[in-house]
Design a protein around this ligand. Structure first.
Ligand code: ATP
Length: 372
């Protein structure tokens, strides 16, 4: 498997820049997920790695070898698409063996490789069926099998699960993760689904408008987003963004909302946040940290009383929507407590998980973890 390096990669279509100079190292055996909203340049980046799209400028290296001028075949990567792209008149077995046959691999070796991939994918019993006799999930497994038998230098996945229903998507996510753990393959995977990105990735790359906004371990990106876009894009339900003013009084900092509510700022954040004293800012707080759980009352917690607008049960918990002074908030509450829209609810804001966002740059101000 290959280590892949993208070096200042640019793709222009006429005057439009779809990819604006991105740089990234994908380690050998790493599962890297490119995630971002529609049109941000994920597929274009993947297709440049595959050789299906010409590079406008910049460099792509597989294990220190420049490949940007090599045709797709010579790059030895395998792509798996949303559309499966199987030959309809061939059985699953023949689809999987096709590239091996083209390469002149012996029949016995073809059979051995197809059997081994089929076992990994749990499709041994389906090998003699044509694609039309298979479900969407089974077809996608055959498409993956076709990629696996080639033993490529890297697997490139372009939204492979988008045609599947939610339950099957969740199941296939687990399958793909298991396959990665077994094969230790270098994978670059494109999706617009941040849950898919979080669950699959060793390394997550959040894209916006042709640029990489943040690259990192999924938990790191979730806990420490570097800007408002990443903070809002990663995490479901979405982070609350609350307009506030940072107030300094007797050396202590707090955040005053527009309706006069005062939220405490944890003491450990004061040194990092002090330059924002007396300034308008935004506070980011995930719904998971605005809940009806009341078990502790640490100094960085604050109780808010709200009137429920909407309740969306999601199972053990419900998503509660309410507004304060025209700003809509989402919170998480126990579904076991009977509640209706219009009811009052007491919520606990755990400010130890707050983010401070600079209004002009939309950067999240680093909380200075060493003193937090
Ligand atoms: P999606 O999730 O919708 O597939 P994406 O993030 O994969 O989106 P790309 O398909 O990479 O986005 O497209 C990035 C930008 O480049 C878009 O603005 C798109 O319209 C443009 N683009 C892509 N292919 C071409 C092309 N062949 N000619 C002109 N513009 C293109």
């Amino acid at each position: 498997m290959a280590r892949i390096v993208l070096d200042n990669l640019v793709k222009r279509y006429g005057d439009d820049e779809a990819v604006r100079g991105v740089t990234l190292a994908i380690e050998n055996g790493e599962f890297t997920v490119l995630v971002g909203p529609s049109g941000c340049g994920k597929t274009t980046t993947l297709r440049m790695i595959a050789g299906l799209e010409e590079v406008t400028s910049g460099n792509i290296r597989f294990d220190n070898e420049s490949v940007e001028n090599l045709p797709p075949k010579a790059r030895d990567v395998a792509m798996v698409f949303q559309s499966y792209a199987l030959y309809p008149h061939m059985s699953a077995r023949k689809n999987m063996a096709f590239s091996l046959r083209m390469k002149g691999v012996s029949r016995a070796e073809q059979e051995r490789l197809v059997q081994s991939a089929a076992e990994l994918l749990n499709i041994t019993a389906l090998l003699d069926r044509k694609p039309r006799e298979l479900s969407g999930g089974q077809r996608q497994r055959v498409a993956m099998g076709r990629a696996i038998v080639r033993n490529p230098r890297a697997f490139l996945f372009d939204e492979p699960l988008s045609n599947l229903d939610a339950a099957l998507r969740a199941q296939m996510r687990i399958e793909i993760k298991k396959i990665h753990q077994k094969l230790q393959a270098t994978i670059v995977y494109v999706t617009h689904d941040q849950v898919e990105a979080m669950t699959l990735a060793d390394k997550i790359v959040v894209m916006r408008d042709g640029r990489f906004e943040q690259v990192g371990d999924p938990v790191e990106v979730y806990q420490h987003p570097t800007n408002k876009f990443v903070a809002g894009f990663i995490g479901s339900p979405r982070m609350n963004f609350i307009p506030a003013r940072l107030v300094a009084e007797n050396g202590a900092l707090s955040a005053e909302l527009r309706d006069g509510t005062v939220l405490p700022v944890p003491r450990g954040r004061w040194p990092a946040y002090r330059p924002y004293a007396d300034q308008a800012v935004e506070i980011g707080l995930r719904p998971d940290h605005l809940t009806d759980r009341q078990e502790t009352n640490a100094p960085s917690c604050h109780f808010l009383d709200a009137t429920i607008d909407v309740i969306e049960p999601t199972g053990a918990t419900s998503l509660i929507t309410f507004s304060i002074d025209g700003i809509e908030f989402a919170a998480i509450a126990d579904s076991g407590v009977p509640r209706r829209p219009g009811d009052r609810i007491r919520l606990r804001a755990d400010m130890s998980h707050m983010h401070l966002i600079d209004l002009a740059s939309e950067k999240v101000i680093a909380p200075d973890c060493s003193t937090a």
